[in-house]
Ligand binder design. Structure first.
Ligand SMILES: Cc1cc2nc3c(=O)[nH]c(=O)nc-3n(C[C@H](O)[C@H](O)[C@H](O)COP(=O)(O)O)c2cc1C
Length: 352
């Protein structure tokens, strides 16, 4: 199988197996709606088999860096519609990544009386850089069960908004130590009710979200992103193979569009889980993390993955597919403009 052959992801046909993964670039406006610049940026990258939008917040109470977009109100839907129209007019396919930062929302970004929320009252170790300097993560308020029900509803409403905005599907952000990940892992989830303890209980939040979204979209338009090895804020799980194996099996049973696994290529061979999770899941798997063209061709040819996502390479190479086809050299991304706002380092990387 080649990186350039088409594949069906649930209800969606894509023309090649090269994926642009979700990447927050902080170019949204103050109301967290996409700007015209974002329309250009995504349209430039429409030859990817699949684009997954940057993480978009499902709730007004989930706030990431200034300039991060959301998908919980009508103005945001209307603005995202212009982005999806631009991608579709170039025959591209685009899913929206739905995210909630949970305990990683900084206290200073909330208003008086609000607190970050999480499965348990355990702060993420570490801090984020803000304009005012380093800010440590606060101890979150542990969610009450009725609040979890409301959150699941928010994901459902966000999926309805994503559909109204013209997205081909949604990807649930279950990676990077964000809210879904906080529930999945026994290091951040110490609940003793039906959302904590056993693997089945810790996975309940994610699976309820998937099932709720399936009442809006079909399972074949839902992807899930997981990062079993992510330890960015020391989020830990005592047995990732068991936790993520159970999740992969449950997602496979539901025949969702795809499973998206972040597993850096540099990870030691004996720690890797992607091949096993792919067998358990049984549907299309996207892998992501430090891939070059040669690595990607090899893993797809050997049947170790179905699609490969290229993050930083996509920031600097809007025509990545064409460059890969002709084995052309790649532009080098400039990390100083990843979150700088504005056109520079965003829509001005040259095509071949
Ligand atoms: C600027 C930037 C923003 C990112 N934002 C997100 C995001 O919103 N959601 C997400 O799941 N991953 C995000 N990621 C992670 C990427 O999707 C990807 O997993 C990572 O870059 C590794 O792939 P690579 O080695 O090909 O770059 C981001 C990465 C970068 C560089």
């Amino acid at each position: 199988m080649s990186l350039f052959s088409p594949i069906r992801l649930g209800a969606v046909e894509v023309s090649n197996r090269i994926v642009m993964p979700p990447m927050g670039r902080t170019r949204a406006d103050k109301d967290r709606a996409p700007t015209a610049l974002m329309e250009t940026y995504y349209a430039q990258r429409a030859s990817a088999g699949l684009i997954i939008s940057e993480g978009s917040q499902v709730s007004p109470l989930s706030i990431s860096r200034p300039g991060s977009p959301a998908i919980h109100n009508d103005a945001q839907v209307a603005a995202w519609r212009r982005v999806t129209d631009a991608v579709h007019s170039r025959n591209g396919r685009i899913f929206q990544q739905l995210s909630h930062h949970g305990r990683r929302v900084l206290q200073s970004r909330l208003t008086e009386g609000q607190r970050p929320i999480g499965p348990s009252a355990i702060a993420a170790p570490g801090f984020l850089e803000t304009k005012a300097g380093k800010e440590a993560f606060a101890v979150p308020r542990a969610l009450e069960i009725p609040e979890i029900v409301v959150l699941v509803d928010e994901y459902g409403a966000a999926a309805r908004n994503a559909e109204a905005a013209g997205f081909d599907g949604v990807e649930i952000h279950g990676a990077s130590g964000l809210l879904v990940d906080q529930f999945l892992r026994d290091g951040s989830n110490k609940r003793t009710d039906r959302y904590g303890g056993s693997v089945e209980n810790r996975a309940r939040f994610l699976l309820e979200i998937v099932d709720r979204i399936a009442t809006v979209l079909e399972f074949g338009r839902i992807g899930v992103r997981l990062a079993p090895h992510f330890q960015g804020d020391l989020i830990a799980d005592s047995d990732p193979a068991a936790t993520f194996g159970y999740v992969a099996a449950e997602l496979g049973r539901r025949r969702i569009a795809y499973l998206h696994l972040v597993e850096p290529l540099s990870l030691a061979e004996d720690k890797r889980l992607a091949a096993e999770l792919r067998r358990t899941f049984g549907g299309p798997v996207i892998v992501c993390g430090e891939f070059t063209l040669a690595d990607a061709q090899r893993i797809v040819a050997e049947g170790g993955a179905d699609l490969v996502a290229f993050g930083r390479a996509y920031i600097a190479n809007p025509d990545l597919v064409e460059r890969f086809r002709s084995d052309a050299p790649l532009n080098v991304p400039d990390p100083s403009t990843f979150y700088s706002g504005g056109a520079e380092g965003y829509v001005d990387y040259p095509t071949l």
